[in-house]
Design a protein around this ligand. Structure first.
Ligand code: SF4
Ligand code: SF4
Length: 329
C-alpha cells in the first residue's frame, strides 16, 4: 500500500527547538556496549526518574492530540494500576515448562494476542539506571492492528487505531499477568516502552526479526502490531530468535525509506551502542511520529504487512538463499 496524503515533514516549533540529538542519546556511532538511555518518555517506575531530553515533546503532543486519541491515552494510563496485583496462595506446580509455555501462549492468544513467544530478560531491553525487573521469564506478545484502519496512516483515523491497540495490548498483558498470578506465581504486565524496551524482548522471544524501518517483522502480521510483555517467575520453556528472511529483503528493498516523509530510515545498518543494526534517525522520526500521533507509514507500506503475504515471502526468500548457497558450494 502507499500512504494517503501524508503531512509534509514540517515541524512548526517543537522540532526547531529540539533539546539535544536523540541519536546522540541513543549512542548512534558508538562502539562501546552500554544500556540504553531513556530519551522520549518514562514512568520512572524502574527507579530511573530523571529529566528526559525529549519529555516535553511527548507531553506536548499528548496534550494536543485529538479527543479520541487523548481518551485512549487516559484509559491506558488508568489501566496501569492493574499491571501488578496479589498472587494466589496455592501454587500450581510446574513439572513441564514446555507444556506450561504452550498453555500460557494459548491463553495469550485467547485474550487477543496475535504473536507470542517466551524469553529470559536481555540486557538490550533495559535502561541504564533502572532496576532490573525481578523476574526470570518474559512472555512477549504482539497485538495486531486493524489493517483497514491502518491503511489511513498517517491520518487521525489510523492514529486512533494505534491508540486503541495500545490500550487493548495493555488489557491483554494485564489479564495474562492476572491469570499467571491466579496460578500462584508472580507476574507483572509491562505494556508500554517506558520501563522496558519491548523490541529486543520480541526478537529474543522469536516473534520476528528487526526490519530496516526499526520495527519487528513477523511472518503472520508483518509489522502491523504493537508489543507488550508479561514478566513472571512461572517456569516456562523459552523460544529462540527466528530467521524468516527479513534481512534478505531489507538489503535490497527501499519501500519504507522512500515513503517515510521526514526521510528518517537509513539504508545501511548503523553502529549503535556496540551493535550493528538497522536504525531509524530519532531526530527526524520522533517529531513526525508525535505530530501524527503514531505515524506508522513505514510499518504499513512494508510488504510483510500485506495480509497473507508474509509466509509466502519468507518461503521464497529462504529458498532463494538456499539456492544461492548451493551455487557457491
Ligand atoms: S519496507 Fe522493505 S526495507 Fe523497509 S522494512 Fe519492509 S522489507 Fe525492509
Ligand atoms: S514512523 Fe518514523 S520512520 Fe516510520 S514512516 Fe513515520 S516518521 Fe518515518
Amino acid at each position: 500500500m502507499r500512504p494517503k496524503n501524508p503531512l509534509p515533514a514540517v515541524y512548526p516549533f517543537a522540532y526547531q527547538s529540539r533539546p539535544r540529538s536523540g541519536n546522540e542519546v541513543n549512542g548512534l556511532g558508538k562502539s562501546e556496549k552500554r544500556l540504553a538511555t531513556p530519551v522520549f518518555h518514562s514512568t520512572g517506575r524502574g527507579g530511573g526518574r530523571q529529566p528526559l531530553d525529549w519529555a516535553a515533546l511527548d507531553t506536548l503532543f499528548n496534550v494536543l492530540s485529538s479527543p479520541g486519541c487523548f481518551w485512549q491515552v487516559l484509559r491506558s494510563l488508568w489501566q496501569r494500576r492493574l499491571y501488578a496485583g496479589p498472587v494466589a496462595s496455592d501454587r500450581v506446580p510446574v513439572d513441564d515448562p514446555v507444556a506450561m509455555a504452550t498453555r500460557i501462549k494459548a491463553k495469550a492468544k485467547q485474550l487477543g494476542a496475535g504473536v507470542v513467544g517466551v524469553t529470559t530478560m536481555v540486557d538490550d531491553a533495559l535502561y541504564e539506571s533502572y532496576q532490573r525487573p525481578p523476574y526470570e521469564y518474559v512472555v512477549s506478545m504482539g497485538t495486531p492492528m486493524d489493517r483497514r484502519e491502518m491503511e489511513y496512516v498517517p491520518q487521525p483515523r489510523a492514529a486512533l487505531e494505534v491508540m486503541r491497540t495500545y490500550r487493548r495490548n495493555s488489557r491483554i498483558a494485564i489479564d495474562l499477568a492476572a491469570h499467571i498470578r491466579s496460578l500462584g506465581w508472580r507476574a507483572q504486565a509491562y505494556a508500554d516502552g517506558e520501563d522496558l524496551i519491548q523490541i529486543p524482548l520480541a526478537l529474543s522471544a522469536g516473534l520476528g526479526q528487526l526490519g530496516k524501518h526499526g520495527s519487528v517483522i513477523s511472518k503472520d502480521h508483518g509489522s502491523n502490531f504493537r508489543l507488550a510483555a508479561v514478566l513472571t517467575d512461572l517456569p516456562l520453556a523459552v523460544d529462540a530468535p527466528v530467521d524468516i528472511g527479513v534481512d534478505d529483503l531489507c538489503t535490497s528493498c527501499r519501500r519504507c525509506t522512500l515513503d517515510c516523509p521526514p526521510g528518517a530510515i537509513l539504508d545501511d545498518r548503523q553502529m549503535v551502542r556496540g551493535v550493528e543494526k538497522w536504525y531509524v534517525d530519532f531526530d527526524k522520526c520522533v517529531p513526525y511520529f508525535a505530530m501524527t500521533e503514531g505515524c506508522g507509514i513505514c510499518i504499513e507500506v512494508c510488504p510483510w504487512s500485506e495480509p497473507g503475504r508474509g509466509a509466502v515471502l519468507s518461503e521464497t526468500l529462504l529458498a532463494k538463499r538456499r539456492e544461492g548457497s548451493d551455487v557457491t558450494q
